[in-house]
Write a protein that binds this ligand. Structure first.
Ligand code: MEV
Length: 320
């Protein structure tokens, strides 16, 4: 049996503008994760069990664009092309092995916490290890980016990168990844609106705005990029006060981009009132999650305030 796990993620600064080449900061969230277990099976074929999405099926019965099936098919395509070094029945044109793949995830779907990227990374890592087809983190990241492109239109690549490396990343599309230091541990309270909102849609809507008025939105993205750069410096030196202010400013720009929602704004406001240093939506927006920077001793109060204001769930994450 082979097992593998990949964390969720939050974007601290720079979502959406990152699609247009501006920097963004993202960190892994270990409290939520996708887990994959692979076993040899007595049944013929590749059987996938993902109870969280009510999936119990043999690979060949799933449609071409099914997110989990596309990961497995792409893996076999790639592995056959380069051939398995010591493949267990999967070399060249040979038959695929009989497998049972169990997938579980505690990351809510379409909530800005990187659930799709985490399932892809955990699954491909488990397949590569079970079938003895070694892949580096870089290989896994580039594989996961190809899968993100299949399902999410024009992703920047930040989600798969932070999930594949499981480290805080300062990300600029198309450039080598930079891991950033966290000068003083950050306590982040994550509040879930409970509204699932596909990133693909908010990214497509921002693109329409950008196409309609390139100059205006390029300058908006520049402002977000400057905030992300500045935030990295503050995180590295550990100055929280300014960081909170930068989060608030980033949220205001995301509101202008039309990707916030009344529910997100309510939670952001509730967190600030409960003493958060700063708060903003995180990820694609329109629903999903918001984040609040907190002093460690205030995290429970902020969490309570978020639940009272309608959050379906909260997570207190410590980033160090
Ligand atoms: C989604 O987690 C982040 C976005 O910036 C989209 C992307 O970078 O691909 C909204």
């Amino acid at each position: 049996m082979t097992t593998s796990s990949a964390p969720g993620k939050i974007i601290l600064f720079g979502e959406h503008a990152v699609v247009y080449g501006r920097p963004a900061l993202a960190v892994p969230v270990a409290q939520v994760h996708a887990d994959v277990e692979i076993l040899a099976s007595d049944l013929t074929g590749i059987w996938i069990h993902a109870p969280g999405v009510n999936l119990h099926a043999e690979l060949n019965t799933l449609p071409f664009d099914h997110p989990i099936a596309s990961v497995i098919r792409n893996f076999f395509f790639l592995a056959r092309r380069s051939s398995f070094p010591n493949g267990r029945g999967a070399r060249g044109e040979g038959k695929s092995p009989n497998l049972q793949i169990n997938i579980t995830s505690s990351i809510p779907v379409a909530s800005g916490l990187g659930s799709g990227a985490a399932v892809t990374v955990a699954l491909v890592r488990a397949l590569s290890s079970h079938l003895n087809h070694p892949m580096t983190d870089e290989d896994i990241n580039s594989f996961a980016y190809d899968i993100e492109k299949l399902h999410h239109g024009r992703p920047s690549g930040i989600d798969n990168t932070v999930v594949a490396y499981a480290k805080p990343v300062y990300f600029v599309k198309g450039q080598p990844i930079e891991v950033f230091k966290v000068g003083k541990p950050l306590t982040i309270v994550i509040g879930d609106t409970g509204i699932s909102a596909p990133t693909k849609e908010s990214v497509a809507d921002v693109r329409k705005l950008w196409e309609a008025d390139n100059t205006k939105w390029e300058s908006m993205f520049d402002k977000v990029g400057e905030i992300a750069k500045h935030a990295r410096e503050e995180i590295e030196i550990g100055d929280w006060r300014l960081l909170g202010e930068l989060m608030n400013r980033n949220h205001a720009l995301l509101q202008e981009m039309t990707v916030s929602s009344p529910e997100l704004d309510t939670l952001v406001e509730a967190a600030r009132k409960a003493g958060a240093v700063g708060a903003k939506l995180s990820g694609g927006g329109r629903g999903g999650n918001m984040i609040a920077l907190a002093e460690a001793e205030k995290a429970d109060d902020i969490s309570f305030a978020l639940i009272s204001a309608g959050a379906k769930n909260t997570i207190v994450a410590r980033i160090s």
